[in-house]
Design a protein around this ligand. Structure first.
Ligand SMILES: [Zn+2]
Length: 440
């Protein structure tokens, strides 16, 4: 692959819209220069020029929370509350999935994410009955589709959950270290980074969380934990332990600079202070929280405390879309209506939550189209009616853009979606398999 000079009509660079920029991307897929196109072509005559006339380049979006296999449950549990959805849909379907189905469902979910402009995803994965084999299946799926995967390997021991989720703290530790080894042996590391994920205060015992924290330190990586998603968890923990879920997580050592608190909906002022002091980030899942009737996270109060807030779609059956652009819009609208103030949050803030803030919080090299960063990018057609009248700005992207505007998606300089179609694999057999999956 030679160096390439991309020449779009516009690009969003570090939160600003630049008109007619040139981006030189080297043969490793890293942005080297940002300048005007004629200066770049003069200085780098060997580079291949690529005209993106009529298009705007955006940084790829980052999905901070997902469970890929849950895409198979789309349409199965609509309009159920969380407890009934979990017992009637999630658990029975989880128990029947084969390893091939885990692989195929991940390909389906990742393809759907990529075509919506998601170039990296944190997949919180908990089908651990095969040690590390099932996790390797989703890692291969990420490589085969072409999305960056942060594989958040779950630590889970609540006895009410399906057997295949559960391990002892020691087994979870050992299997996670084995997985790290297997990922590097299979050369999956360029696509996959291993994180640890004690499930939640209700899904993992204190010993299990401590095992995850120890494993996180051994691997020098990141830790994800669901916390304070539903009101029930807060009430149950206050009466059981006299602690809020956030206080419990802090006491178990799960909140630190490399921690991601998933949801954090039912949090009070004291909880937010704990999050701020711990320097943990929050992954906000606005559409999922709405679909499940969880409540509205106090995002404005988090932002006022400089707590990093990123966005997640959550599973494909609790959103039900795999689009961070969509969740940018949802996050903004929710806070505006909650605070009855349209000026309380703006397009730039939610755009950063889905790109640069997420990239920083997850240790990724991307999220901004700047020299030194990986060329993970989305090109959108400025002729799409949802972006007219122009010139399009960030407000168009966050509030108006339809997914029909997305033309191409690049990960590490490689075009992995072209005109809405994947370039790394033939989707037709996957479409045939999944079309009637729920009746088989
Ligand atoms: Zn989740």
């Amino acid at each position: 692959m030679r160096a390439t000079i991309y020449a779009p009509d516009a690009a969003v660079v570090d939160g600003r819209v630049l008109r007619n920029p040139g981006l030189l991307v080297d043969d490793r897929g890293v942005i080297q220069h940002l300048d005007n196109v004629s200066a770049l072509t003069t200085e780098f005559p060997e580079a291949t020029p690529v005209s993106l006339s009529g298009e705007m380049l955006l940084p790829g979006t980052i999905n901070g929370h997902n469970h890929a296999f849950q895409v198979l449950m789309r349409g199965m549990g609509e309009d159920l509350d969380f407890m009934r959805w979990r017992s009637q849909v999630l658990y029975p379907v989880s128990e029947r999935l084969t390893q091939q189905e885990i692989y195929d469902s991940a390909r389906l979910a990742y393809w759907d994410m990529l075509r919506h402009g998601i170039t990296a995803v944190a997949d919180f994965f908990y089908l651990n009955d095969q040690g590390c084999e099932n996790a390797l299946a989703i890692a291969r799926a990420a490589r085969d589709v072409g999305i960056r995967l942060l594989l958040a390997r779950t630590f889970y021991d609540w006895e009410g959950a399906p057997l295949r989720y559960r391990e002892t703290p020691q087994a979870a530790h050992d299997n996670t270290l084995l997985l790290a080894k297997r990922l590097s042996q299979e050369n999956l590391d360029p696509w996959v980074t291993l994180h640890v994920a004690p499930h939640s205060p209700h899904g993992a015992s204190k010993e299990m969380v401590e095992s995850a924290v120890a494993t996180q330190k051994e691997l020098n990586t990141y830790l994800h934990i669901h916390v304070a998603e539903g009101q029930y968890e807060r009430e149950a923990m206050l009466s059981r332990d006299g602690q809020t879920p956030i206080q419990w997580c802090q006491a178990a050592g799960a909140l630190g600079e490399k921690s991601l608190a998933i949801h954090a909906v039912w949090t009070d002022e004291n909880d937010l202070e704990i999050l701020r002091q711990s320097r943990a980030a929050v992954v906000h899942n606005p559409a999922s929280n709405m679909i499940l009737g969880d409540g509205i996270a106090p995002v404005i109060e988090m932002l006022r405390r400089d707590i990093p807030v990123l966005l997640g779609t959550d599973g494909g059956c609790t959103n039900d879309r795999h689009s961070i652009f969509d969740d940018m819009r949802m996050a903004a609208l929710l806070q505006k209506v909650r605070m009855t103030d349209a000026s309380v949050i703006d397009a730039n803030t939610v755009f950063a939550m889905g790109t640069s803030v997420a990239s920083h919080a997850l240790g990724l090299n991307g999220g901004r189209l700047l020299p030194g960063e990986s060329f993970d990018a989305v090109s959108v057609s400025l002729d799409d009616p949802s972006l007219l009248p122009g010139p399009a700005n960030l407000g168009h992207i966050v509030y108006a853009m339809a997914d029909t505007a997305i033309k191409s998606v690049y990960v590490g300089g490689e075009r992995v979606i072209h005109e809405g179609r994947p370039t790394r694999f033939d989707p037709n057999p996957l479409i045939q398999w999944s079309r009637n999956w729920q009746t088989t």
